[in-house]
Design a protein around this ligand. Structure first.
Ligand code: ADP
Ligand code: MG
Length: 384
């Protein structure tokens, strides 16, 4: 067991890393963050911020020497970096597990090989794969295999010609071509797994997206008990098959009542932010515990919760990218009962950039949704 006041290492300095640093500090640990951005949200509150790239081995050596265990908040940390660090210090999750989650081809192949439910897809490595793709896949979504996030690196394509065009736009990078599914709704499951294989699963959450970016999470999801149980069970099977140690997020589509895995995130998940305010143990506490070999905490959710993401457009008058830049009027949120605001201290807002979120907790689930949606409108988020 790694016990306080040991030093922990975090690869990546975004908001997920920032919440990890807070959780670790709360539990008595010190944290060093490695991130190339000198203004990174986690770096700002870390005990030390190594401003370096994920392939700068001098900095990686320093991190390995200084820390008792290392984890990540960013799925695009090169697997080689994790493998390298693991020679000197425990790294959780493993490079192998992260490698599956960071490449859509590896991820989809993993799901297929393990008999886990997923939508129809084809692997696209060249033009010939588009020509050969099953006609039944169209209309489809073409997604680059690596480095996509928040809907980036994705194109909706009606037919083969459009798919070819999009493939060229993506510089012929390896892709997956997914059938465009008509979704009843989307859910996600966040869980933590320890080295001995014990698992703590949070209740499934229900997610809605705007322009490919998570907008609102309602937790627990309003899905049937049976569907919630099977989502949790599938997520557990994934964690087990990856021999995963840490916090894992699994996104699902519900499509004509059928549960399909969309993708996995080898880290805490945006749809698990509410665990900070509504659960006995947060997804970040679990990440610390799993990394340090402590028994996992209780994932019980004590109140219904609704989380709303605050994106950069909110900083621009009327959401206009050329509009006047100013701070949103946070006083309107301060007055809402049960609302907690979390801002990530990013130094500049951009359209689509995740700047913060708020969570509304309430004894009554319906009222939580009403309050959160009213607050979302009051702060200026418009449905177009
Ligand atoms: P990201 O890495 O950006 O989260 P996702 O693959 O999860 O990428 O896609 C983002 C969102 O786009 C999904 O949550 C879903 O709303 C929509 N989407 C993605 N793929 C499909 C699909 N095959 N059919 C329908 N909607 C999709
Ligand atoms: Mg996603």
């Amino acid at each position: 067991m790694i016990l306080p006041p040991a030093r922990l290492g975090m690869l990546g300095g975004g908001q997920l890393g920032r919440f990890f640093v807070s959780a670790a500090h709360e539990m008595g640990y010190k944290v060093w963050v490695l991130d190339p951005d000198s203004h990174s949200p986690a770096g700002l509150i870390a005990d030390r911020h190594l401003v370096a790239g994920y392939d700068e081995y001098a900095a990686l050596d320093e991190l390995a020497e200084g820390c008792a265990g290392i984890t990540t908040e960013f799925e695009n940390v090169p697997a080689e970096t994790l493998d390298y660090l693991a020679k000197f210090v425990p790294v959780r999750p493993s490079a192998q597990a992260v490698a599956v989650c960071q490449n859509r081809i590896a991820e989809k192949t993993f799901l297929r090989d393990h008999g886990l439910p997923h939508g129809p897809f084809a692997v696209i490595r060249g033009e010939a794969d588009i020509t050969a793709a099953n006609a039944g896949l169209f209309p489809a979504v073409l997604k680059v295999a690596r480095f996509g996030y928040d809907g980036k690196g994705q194109a909706r394509v009606a037919d083969r010609a459009e798919a070819l065009h999009a493939f060229h736009q993506f510089q012929n990078e390896p892709c997956v071509l997914e059938k465009m599914l008509s979704l009843d709704y989307e859910v996600s499951v966040v869980l933590a797994r320890d080295e001995a294989g014990a698992v703590a699963v949070f209740p499934p959450a229900e997610n809605s997206h705007r322009r490919g970016i998570l907008d609102v999470t309602i937790a627990p999801a309003r899905a049937s008990v049976c569907q919630q149980d099977s989502a949790q069970e599938v997520a557990e099977r994934i964690a087990q098959a990856l021999d995963y140690v840490g916090t894992l997020g699994v996104e699902f589509f519900v499509c004509r009542g059928e549960l399909l895995v969309n993708e996995m995130a080898p880290r805490p998940h945006n749809s698990g932010h509410h665990t900070l305010d509504a659960c006995v143990t947060s997804q970040y506490d679990q990440q610390v515990r799993a990394l340090c070999g402590l028994p996992l905490g209780l994932p019980r959710q004590h109140s219904p919760a609704v989380m709303v993401n605050l994106l950069g457009e909110l900083w621009f008058e009327n959401g206009d990218p050329h509009g006047h830049y100013r701070e949103p009027d946070w006083s309107v949120l301060a007055a809402v009962p049960g609302l907690r605001l979390h801002l990530y201290a990013k130094h500049h807002a951009r359209h689509g950039r995740k700047m913060g979120h708020f969570t509304v907790v309430c004894e009554d689930a319906v009222q939580a949704v009403e309050r959160a949606m009213a607050a979302r409108q009051a702060i200026g988020i418009r449905d177009e």
